[in-house]
Write a protein of this length. Sequence first.
Length: 410
Amino acid sequence: MPRLTKRSVEALAPKAKDYFVHDDLVQGFAVRVWPSGKKVYLIQYRAGGRTRRVKIGQHGTITADEARTEARDLLGGVCKGNNPAQDLSEHRRAPTIGILCDRFIREHVQERCKSTTQREYQRSIDLFIKPAIGAFKVVDVTRADIAALHHKHRDIPYQANRTLGVLSKMFNLCEVWGLRPDGSNPCRHVPKYKETKRERFLSKEELRDLGETLADCEADGSETPHVIAAFRLLLLTGCRLSEIQTLKWEYVHSGYLNLPDSKTGARRIPLPQAAQDILDNLPTETPANPYVIVGEVNGQHITDLQRPWRRIRKRAGLDDVRIHDLRHTYASNAVMNGLSIPIVAKLLGHTQIQTTMRYAHLADDPVRDAAALVSSDLGNSIRARETRRKIVAENNVVRFPSSQKTPKAV
C-alpha cells in the first residue's frame, strides 16, 4: 500500500472497473478510482458487523494531505463509537423545512388552531418560509439562517415578527418530535422588531358623521340592511369582526350574545338595548337563515365586509379608519367613561390584561379634566382674595398733601 500523495494519486490509471488504493499511513484511508477517471478519497471501517464507507472528497477539490487529516478525525470518532456512515444516511433522510411545514400544518395547526390562525400560519409558510429556507434540512438550520430571514423582511416588521413566531413554534415541535435535540431552537435570542400599535378611534364628530352615513346608505339602499346592521353592532358591542360576521340567531338571548366559540373561547357578551333594537328590526330570510348577517348565498353568512366598509368610510370622509377601529372606539369610550381596565378586558374578551392596558392612558383624560376644574375653582378663589387684599391696602394708604406751593394772586 503506497502512501497517497498528489503525485501517486494522479498516476493511478482508470480500469474497466472501479478499484481502491489504500494509504500506508492511516489504516482505513483510501482513494477510489472510477472507470471514468474520477478519484474520490474515503474512509472504510466496520461497524455492526458491516463494512462502511464514507466519502471525504474528490481529488482535485481536496488534496491527499487534507483528506488524510479528515480521515484521521473520522476514524478517531469511529474508535469512540461514532458511525459517520449512519449519521450521513440519517442526514440524507432528514426532512426539509418544506416537509416540516406540511407536518406542522397537518398535525398541529389543523388540530389545535382556529381557522383564522390557520390561514395566517399558512400564509407565513407559503409567502415567507418555504421560498427562503424550504429546501434546508431541519437539522442544518442555524440561528444565522433565521436571523437573515427575519432581517430580510425588516421593511414589514409586523409580518417579520409573525413569521419568526411561526418558525419558533415549528422548531419547538421539532424537539418534541425528535427531529432536533432539546434546547436547539434556532429562533432563540433573535430579537423582534419594534411594533407601533395603532390606536385609532373615532371622535364624537366622526361618530356622528359615520352614523349619518349609515343612515343615508340605509335610506337609499346602496348597502343591504344586514351590512348596515353589522357595522352598527360592531360599534355598539365591541365585538370582533368574525364574531359578528358569523353570528347565529341561536346565539342571541335576552340581553346577551352567548358565543360558544371565539378567538378566546366561549364568550357571553352584554347586548345593550340599542343593539337589541337593531336585531329586532332586521328583515327575516325565507327560507330561514341561521346567520344574523346574511350574504348572497342562501343559508350562509356574508363573507366580505371589507369592500362595503371601504365604500362607507369614503362616503363618510373616514378613509383611514379600519373596521377594527370600531372595536378600539368601543374600548376607548369605555375607559374614558370611568370603567376599570379589568371590566373593559371582560367586555372585549381579552384573556390577558396586558392587551387591554393599551387603553389605560385614556383613563387620564377624565382625571385631567377634573383636576383642571378643581384647579380653576381654587385659582378663582385665590385671585379673588388677592384682589380684595389690594383694595383694602389701597384704602388704608395715608395720602399727604402736595408740597407744591399755590401761586399767589397778583
